[in-house]
Ligand binder design. Structure first.
Ligand code: SAM
Length: 252
């Protein structure tokens, strides 16, 4: 019988791995992701100042003692409005410096596994490294279970039935844009709810969808919270929070 380690495979020198670590519960890593976390020379991850970093926390049970790590620490502690010029400048410089640091490791022949919550190619910071490094270095991206899959699973809510259309919307959209998009879809996932929670709730209500909207915070993590959005009265939610609006399509 093939061992799990054989299935997971090895890491190649000088290669960047974008490792999708899933929504929060370490058991939802793919075999390839779990194998790479143990096989790479350096485990790299993004983290906010003063915090462990969510992706790093997820893989803690897999890390060998003394595993080399590269912590890429965001310069800002608060979620800032992404459209502000200051934010753009600061985050742009941070991503440039982080890419230079990772390039140094890759050039020295290290295999580097950059952790990404959920799936690396789905609203992931990893993509900003991939864009800068993929032209010059070999890269392998390992898909992950997205946060939304983890959330609707934990909420015990199928999200699309029959021919339902699903819209994935960022909670950073303006209120009227959210209402407009919500009115056009059968099912929706609203990401990046955090500081936008009150606005998202108003938009869902205006679109007539409050009765079936579910708020999920830190889905699949130890301190997960799941409740009807209608019961969620706080103005601001956790960074890892999303709203699910399940479709009501064909049921046979
Ligand atoms: C920058 S995006 C990263 C998405 C990630 N790459 C994925 O595949 O899910 C961060 C947003 O994902 C959502 N999210 C990711 N994982 C989550 C979880 N376990 N519980 C609730 N929301 C989550 C939240 O809306 C959060 O603001």
């Amino acid at each position: 019988m093939t061992s799990l380690d054989d299935l997971a495979g090895t890491a190649r020198a000088g290669t960047l791995y974008g490792i999708g670590v899933g929504p929060g519960d370490v058991r939802y890593l793919t075999l390839r992701a779990a194998g790479l976390v143990r096989a790479v020379d350096v485990v790299a991850f993004f983290a906010k100042r003063g915090l462990q970093g969510n992706a790093r926390r997820i893989v803690t049970p897999l890390l060998a003692p003394g595993q080399a790590e590269a912590r890429l620490e965001y310069p800002m502690t608060e979620e800032a409005p992404a459209e502000s010029a200051d934010y753009q400048r600061e985050i742009g410089a941070f991503y440039r410096d982080a890419a230079v640091r990772l390039a140094g490791l890759l050039r020295a022949g290290k295999s580097v596994g950059l952790l990404a919550e959920g799936d690396p190619f789905f609203y992931g910071s990893f993509m900003h490294m991939w864009r800068r490094l993929a032209p010059d270095f070999p890269v392998e991206v390992v898909p992950g279970v997205t946060g939304m899959s983890g959330c609707w699973t934990r909420a015990k809510t199928p999200i699309t039935w029959g021919d339902d259309m699903l819209a994935v919307l960022p909670g950073t959209l303006g209120e009227s844009a959210l209402v407009e998009r919500l009115r056009l879809t059968d099912a929706a996932v609203i990401m990046k709810v955090g500081r936008n929670l009150a606005k998202v709730r108003r938009a869902v209500e205006q679109a007539g969808l409050l009765a079936r909207a579910i708020y999920v915070e830190r889905g699949t993590m130890a301190d997960e919270r799941i409740l009807p959005l209608a019961d969620c009265t706080e103005g601001r939610g956790a960074y890892f929070g999303m709203v699910l609006i399940p479709g009501e399509g064909r049921r046979i």
